[in-house]
Design a protein around this ligand. Structure first.
Ligand code: SF4
Length: 381
């Protein structure tokens, strides 16, 4: 199979090409796509039930005028502040991120990295030699996440070049590939045996490859997507799924439970559920934290233990913070991963705020337990 799989794919980037929209809709949505890129393909669009105005796939991929509402930031998790060189982020000691692509197989309307599509020249990895030198000189980096954009948009030859070079660094023990191609374009996997061979070659007893998928709704688990998952499993890689909780997509316990169960049925580990980041354009897609917690707990109650191996987290600029519990008066948050060592395991109790979308929206702190002295709270007793 040639390494030009992606070049052969027809992408739809002009909203005016969508015949299922009315002329008025196309005119209105052009204002949105002038600001935020639109990208889809025939396969993913074919999953939409156009008779249903609330179809979840439509909600994921078709722009909406509410994206123009003022809200959020271009870089909601302050990734820039952890960027060591262009396209390389190092926030947690053990993990480095390489932004290896500025393109995805489609564009989720709720994307938190819109800045990559707006300013690809300044965001993505340019100097691979320097990136490898950085990782090589930081022994603490045991995990490297390839992200972007979507790494599987790259040709297999380009991707292999990156994976081969990482595999020459002894202390890199996990290579993660964050990809939505099994969702947007499973043929990228199904039709490219060389990709599967390559994954199989570099996944070994010294270094594991994890495919981090992003299924947001069960309707995305088509026969073709399942075939892609089966083929990936045969290479020996691990597959884990992470998805944000998105209004109108997976924000009911029933829909979310179905997604978690369906993933577990095909051997994909449900890993993280993310609080939708306050990125520009995302207001209509975000759900307040405490409402999200209730949805997730009700979904978890409907599925087996294997289907609820998830954590509900927000990727805050200071670290990954788990929403541990919500009671009638309080919300309990805990650092799952922290940018600063002293925050690892730190635990907060806040007065509930049903309007909170992010850590910064919580004002009234009840107790703050430092990680190294969890028995000693800072705050009113
Ligand atoms: S796949 Fe990820 S990076 Fe790409 S558009 Fe969707 S959320 Fe953004």
């Amino acid at each position: 199979m040639p390494n030009n799989v992606v070049a052969k794919t027809e992408y739809i980037t002009n909203i005016e090409q969508l015949e299922n929209l009315t002329q008025q809709e196309r005119v209105e949505l052009k204002k949105v796509t002038n600001k935020f890129t639109f990208r889809a393909n025939e396969y993913y669009l074919s999953l939409i039930n156009w008779d249903d105005p609330n179809d979840p796939i439509r909600r994921i991929i078709i722009p909406q005028t509410c994206e123009l509402d003022q809200w959020g930031r271009l870089d909601p998790s302050d990734e820039q502040s952890y960027t060591k060189l262009q396209g390389l982020e190092h926030k947690y000691d053990s993990t480095a991120l390489l932004l290896v692509s500025s393109v995805c197989g489609g564009i989720c309307r709720y994307c938190f990295r819109k800045r990559v599509f707006i300013n690809a020249q300044k965001e993505c990895l340019k100097d691979i030699d320097s990136a490898m030198e950085y990782i090589n000189s930081h022994q603490e980096i045991t995990n490297v996440l390839l992200t972007g954009g979507d790494p599987l948009v790259l040709s297999t030859a380009k991707l292999e070049n990156i994976i081969r070079r990482l595999s020459e660094i002894d202390h890199v023990r996990i290579i993660r590939i964050g990809t939505r191609m099994p969702v947007f374009q499973p043929s990228r996997i199904v039709d490219d045996p060389s990709l599967l061979e390559m994954l199989s070659k570099y996944n070994n007893q010294h270094r594991a490859i994890y495919i981090m998928t992003h299924f947001a709704h069960s309707n995305e688990l088509t026969d073709l997507a399942l075939k892609a998952i089966t083929l990936l499993h045969k290479t020996g890689v691990e597959i884990a799924n992470q998805t944000p909780l998105i209004r109108g997509v997976n924000d009911t316990p029933k829909v979310l439970a179905a997604l978690l169960a369906d993933l577990s049925f095909v051997g994909v580990v449900p890993y993280y559920i993310f609080q939708c980041r306050p990125a520009i354009g995302n207001k209509a897609y975000a759900i307040p934290i405490e409402e999200g917690y209730d949805i997730i707990e009700q979904a978890k109650a409907q599925v087996s233990g294997l289907a609820k191996r998830i954590r509900f987290v927000m990727s805050h600029s200071t670290g990954k913070i788990e929403i541990v519990a919500v009671t009638d008066k309080f919300t309990y948050l805990k650092y799952h991963r922290a940018a600063k060592d002293q925050n690892n395991g730190r635990f907060f109790i806040f007065k509930r705020n049903p309007k909170a979308y992010w850590l910064d929206d919580y004002e009234e702190i009840i107790r703050d337990y430092p990680a190294d002295q969890p028995y000693r709270s800072h705050g009113p007793e």
